[in-house]
Design a binder for this molecule. Structure first.
Ligand SMILES: Nc1nc2c(c(=O)[nH]1)N[C@H]1C(S)=C(S)[C@@H](COP(=O)(O)OP(=O)(O)OC[C@H]3O[C@@H](n4cnc5c(=O)[nH]c(N)nc54)[C@H](O)[C@@H]3O)O[C@H]1N2
Ligand SMILES: Nc1nc2c(c(=O)[nH]1)N[C@H]1C(S)=C(S)[C@@H](COP(=O)(O)OP(=O)(O)OC[C@H]3O[C@@H](n4cnc5c(=O)[nH]c(N)nc54)[C@H](O)[C@@H]3O)O[C@H]1N2
Ligand SMILES: [Mo]
Length: 690
């Protein structure tokens, strides 16, 4: 018989601002080819390198295809597990969760999940709904953008900014702590188009990334000092008479106070704080003062430091000063999330379903929550769409917590991960081509519907179905715990202005009411109560934060005491071929990425007699990891870097960079401070290669 081939549109589910629309080719029931949808206005056809090989993950021999239950010690890996039927596995889950509830109450259960899929249906509906109904601890999902969200909520009233496609109209583009070529690839062609039309592109990043190297100028401040730079730039803009006082008066509050503060921030002070040449700051200030429109694309790297909230506020205050939001292509943009209208909150706790009040636990503090900070203790952990053993800070304590004999852990996964090593029960989950989902984007204004196109391997099931079955196994019979995936998608769309039928027909729609190429805040109208942006926000006082836009220095990076013992600041941004820890076990992706590396400035390498290819031990008081030395002048003396999210079980020594990152909240939002870390690096002794 001739093979049957069909093509199915869908959405890339990964935690990336681009949310590509793709076309999946299925032959005789098997996913055989994947390409980008050329007609999609933002992603325009090309997929990134790592997702070009997404079918390696879908069709991989390492997919989990049946439930597994632990029969050996925690931490020993797959050998400690045996296959089980769904009935047996679900029974274990129910018994384990019930035992915890009986001893310590439902709050002893912690669901831990994040954006392994950004699909709302598989991520933010049935799982959180079940746990809310049970009265389990709520998860504060802070691991990625919490500081930015809180800062933008204060400043603009939400995570909103210039319309991303309008960047082609900008005459000056500042890529601030954003490595577009690795993490926001589909915005880059728009930047190039602006450049072709004469725009000047500046990247502000402590590292000379590919993006920095391909910009017209690279400005490399010390990590965590961005607010100081922004204040110095604002001061210079003001001194040059370029503050748009009319727009400031009409559409902001707090300008008079901020102007007084700028008196304390001459460019010399800003330059000194940032470790920059004063002329660099002056020249950039002049450019900003004289170029309309200026677009500032703000990455998330700037907000993984102790002063993150103030950094985002100060950077995003700049275009308020220059009146840039008047123009298409002017203003700042960190994430587009606040423009989107789908709110999973109502779906997680529907009004007709009881959800007892419960404490919240900050996911960025998992290490602490598992080792004594939580009272009542966390005695059950249900992990889905996340791999915290690799990705959460303070890995030594995270792993010790996961190893606790009194902790009952359930992991829903597509393939065996570091976190599975510590599970009592592992449940096999479907991937994007196999389930229904609905997505918006944190980098553009489109929403996409993804319908199942192939059958799942073995007995794997969508998260939603697994949670429906866990609910049944627990004897919970509220009808809301039986809603189908399509019903959940429809509930998500309720009141969003997007219709399911329309999405089913066209796959994606422009979802926000903001027109392509428009200037949504030209005449103010920010989503604050009075429509004004807040340079001064008295509500922040209660959170211990300066109500006025200002500068909070980094914690470890700027600690001279600590620097004596741990002389190198360390940042761990996104690499190109992994997506957090997703793909970090696949042969093609690993080949492209190579082993964990510690990148050192030539001076720092020489001082330690380290050369390219040496195995080094990177350590501080919290822990250590092993990495191959890469001597690299993309960084500056005193600053080391490595890429995030290798797997511990596949790393020499069995730990990753998160063994040295710590549990410390950002000033605003309770986010993690991955890039605010100090370490020492030395040659790994013999026998340390694990
Ligand atoms: N290929 C790939 N793409 C990804 C990811 C991935 O792992 N791989 N991860 C996804 C996720 S979860 C996210 S949240 C986004 C993150 O993507 P980004 O927003 O790009 O965030 P980071 O990678 O943390 O850091 C971006 C840049 O900020 C720089 N940086 C670090 N500290 C500072 C600082 O203090 N000041 C300044 N100015 N710059 C600083 C880093 O050197 C880095 O080049 O990317 C997503 N996309
Ligand atoms: N050192 C350091 N650490 C960091 C960062 C950093 O900058 N530096 N960045 C942080 C950031 S920004 C983020 S967002 C976090 C991300 O960290 P995590 O949230 O842990 O994300 P991933 O590592 O991608 O793991 C996602 C997992 O979900 C699984 N998954 C995907 N889809 C599904 C599904 O439908 N069902 C189920 N059951 N599973 C699914 C994937 O197989 C994968 O194993 O990492 C953080 N960790
Ligand atoms: Mo993230």
């Amino acid at each position: 018989m001739a093979p049957t081939t069909t093509v199915h549109p869908g959405a890339c589910p990964l935690d990336c601002p681009d949310t590509c629309v793709w076309q999946l080719t299925v032959t005789d029931g098997r996913a055989v080819a994947l390409r980008g949808d050329k007609d999609h206005p933002f992603t325009r056809g090309a997929l990134c390198g790592k997702v070009n090989r997404y079918l390696d993950a879908v069709n991989g021999p390492d997919r989990l295809t049946e439930p597994l239950v632990r029969v050996g010690p925690k931490g020993a890996g797959p050998v400690a597990y045996r296959p089980a039927s769904w009935d047996e596995a679900l029974d274990r889950v129910a018994v384990g969760l019930r035992a915890g509830i009986d001893r310590h109450g439902p709050q002893s259960i912690l669901p831990y999940y994040f954006a392994g899929t950004m699909g709302f249906v598989q991520g933010w509906t049935m799982g959180p709904r079940l746990f809310a109904h049970l009265g389990a601890s709520r998860l504060r999902t802070t691991i990625c953008t919490a500081a930015a969200r809180a800062a933008l909520g204060s400043l603009y009233g939400g995570s909103v900014g210039f319309e991303p496609e309008s960047i082609v109209d900008a005459k000056l583009i500042v890529l601030w702590g954003a490595n577009l070529l690795s993490t926001n690839l589909h915005h880059w062609p728009f930047v190039r188009e602006a450049q072709a039309r004469g725009a000047y592109v500046v990247t502000i990043d402590p590292l000379r990334t590919d993006t920095a190297a391909r910009s017209d100028e690279h400005v490399a401040p010390l990590p965590g000092t961005d607010a100081a730079l922004a204040l110095g730039l604002m001061r210079h803009v003001r001194d040059l008479g370029a503050a748009d006082r009319e727009w400031l008066a009409a559409h902001t509050v707090g300008w008079a106070r901020l102007e007084a503060r700028l008196d304390e921030w001459p460019v010399e002070r800003a330059a000194a704080e940032c470790g920059l040449d004063v002329d660099v700051v002056r020249r950039l200030g002049e450019r900003i003062a004289t170029t309309r429109p200026t677009a500032i694309r703000v990455g998330l790297g700037v907000q993984r430091h102790a002063g993150a909230g103030q950094a985002i506020r100060a950077i995003c205050a700049l275009p308020l000063l220059t009146g840039d939001f008047r123009h298409p292509g002017g203003g700042a943009l960190c994430t587009t999330s606040g423009h989107h209208t789908i709110d999973p909150g109502r779906v997680i706790t529907p009004p007709d379903m009881p959800a007892p009040p419960a404490r919240s636990i900050n996911m960025s503090r998992l290490a602490a929550a598992l080792s004594g900070e939580a009272d009542p203790p966390v005695t059950s952990l249900v992990v889905f769409n996340a791999n915290p053993a690799a990705t959460a800070p303070d890995q030594t304590r995270v792993l010790a917590g996961l190893r606790r004999a009194d902790l009952f852990t359930v992991v829903l996964e597509q393939r065996w991960t570091d976190t599975c090593d510590y599970a009592d029960v592992v449940l096999p989950a479907t991937m994007q081509p196999e389930h229904l989902d609905l997505q918006t984007s944190y980098g553009h204004h489109y929403a996409t519907l993804n319908l199942p196109a192939v059958s799942p391997p073995g007995q794997s099931l969508p998260n939603t179905e697994i949670f429906r079955r866990i609910a049944a196994a627990l004897g919970l019979d509220h009808p809301r715990l039986r809603d189908s995936d399509e019903e959940l998608a429809r509930q998500l769309l309720d009141g969003s202005g997007i219709s399911y039928e329309e999405l089913a027909k066209s796959t994606y729609v422009r979802a926000t009411g903001v027109e392509v190429g428009s200037a949504p805040y030209a005449a103010g109208g920010f989503p604050t109560r009075d429509g004004r942006a807040r340079l001064y926000d008295p509500q922040l006082t209660a959170q211990g934060v300066d109500p006025l836009v200002g500068y909070t220095p980094p914690a470890e990076a700027a600690d001279p005491q600590l620097a004596r013992r741990f002389p190198l600041a360390l940042i761990s941004p996104a690499g190109r071929f992994f997506m957090n820890s997703t793909f970090a076990s696949l042969p093609w992706h690993r080949d492209r990425t190579g082993p964990p590396r510690i990148h050192l400035h030539p001076d720092d390498a020489a001082a330690r007699r380290l050369t390219d290819g040496d195995l080094a031990r990177v350590h501080n008081d919290r822990g250590a990891f092993l990495a191959t030395v890469a001597v690299d002048d993309a960084t500056r003396p005193g600053l080391a870097f490595t890429y995030k999210a290798y797997w511990a079980r596949l790393s020499p020594g069995g730990s990753t960079v998160n063994a040295v990152t710590g549990v410390r909240d950002t000033d605003l939002g309770g986010g993690p401070t991955f890039h605010d870390t100090r370490v020492q690096v030395e040659a790994a002794g013999p026998g340390q290669s694990g």
